[in-house]
Design a protein around this ligand. Structure first.
Ligand code: G3H
Ligand code: 13P
Ligand code: ZN
Length: 284
């Protein structure tokens, strides 16, 4: 199978009423665990690279690892840039073979975000690459903000309509109460807001910061129109936990393969579980 665009898998997801998992990778074992989980679930999948992953591994390694993984599987795979910072970075990723990019202008004013995103859409569309953008602010769980402040950061449905009309984006990340990283308590999702945005906005919606969101809430979000679900922290947690357990049990272990194999298996297991929750099993 070769890489496909985000639009291709999300159009099918919209018709089928399920969401596609977007899993963050930063090394060979995690790329393999994502591809193998998707293959076993017969599910389309999005493999994405964050800013941290690009700094750690480099664009060349990430692209080569994903291209090799894609050769081994029969399910559709999207290679996606997560939280892209600039038009320059988007162009670099497109040159390296990414089939989808996110441009994150959420720190900008609405007008500036529209301008930046529309420019990225113009260039990406010319070469068949999909674009995700963000409106509202999806923070980190470590950001200390009050309930009132966090409400102000959520996506405004009317602004979302204008944003999509004026930019032509293929997918829209919205802020409805999730945050990146490990939650201290349980996240509270604003389902009324999601329902309204989904009623008004024509393109597929994306949920970031989905690690730690209870399965029931994720399923409800899918019912209300979420079509791409980003998971990073949950993979890191199980990966490092498996490594820690092996080394505690066997402190004299010196073979990295014996440490990383169980970590890769643990990542594959949680990714399969998430794919089942999102409803995309058997949809490849
Ligand atoms: O977008 C959120 C990612 O989970 C951040 O990942 O630390 O690899 O940049 P990073
Ligand atoms: P989590 O790390 O909270 O799962 O968030 C992932 C994400 O949104 C990547 O863009
Ligand atoms: Zn994110």
């Amino acid at each position: 199978m070769s890489l496909v665009s985000l639009t291709e898998v999300l159009d099918r997801a919209s018709r089928g009423g399920y969401a596609v998992g977007a899993f963050n990778c930063h090394n060979m074992e995690i790329v393999q665990s994502i591809a193998r989980a998707a293959e076993k679930e017969k599910s389309p999948v999005i493999i994405q690279a964050s800013q941290g992953a690009i700094k750690y591994a480099g664009l060349e390694y990430i692209t080569s690892l994903v291209e090799e993984a894609v050769r081994e599987v029969s399910v559709p795979v999207v290679l996606h840039l997560d939280h892209g910072t600039s038009l320059q970075q988007v162009v670099q990723c497109i040159r390296h073979g990414f089939t989808s990019v996110m441009i994150d202008g959420s720190r900008l004013t609405l007008e500036e975000n529209i301008k930046l995103t529309a420019g990225v859409v113009r260039i990406a569309r010319a070469v068949g690459v999909s674009v995700e953008a963000e409106i509202g602010k999806i923070g980190g769980t470590e950001d200390d903000i009050s309930v009132k402040e966090s409400e102000a950061l959520l996506t405004d449905p009317e602004e979302a309509v204008r944003f999509v009309e004026e930019t032509g984006v293929d997918a829209l990340a919205i802020a409805i109460g999730t945050a990146h990283g490990q939650y201290r308590g349980e996240p509270e999702l604003d389902f009324n807001r999601l329902e309204k945005i989904n009623r008004l906005v024509p393109c597929p919606l994306v949920l970031h910061g989905s690690s730690g969101v209870p399965d029931g809430d994720l399923k409800r979000a899918v019912q209300l129109g979420i079509r791409k679900i980003n998971i990073d922290t949950n993979i890191r947690e199980v990966f490092v936990k498996a490594i820690r357990e092996i080394l505690e049990r066997n402190p004299r272990e010196i073979d990295p393969r014996n440490v990383l194999r169980p970590a890769r298996e643990a990542a594959e297991k949680i990714i399969r579980e998430k794919i089942q929750v999102f409803g995309s099993s058997g949809q490849a």
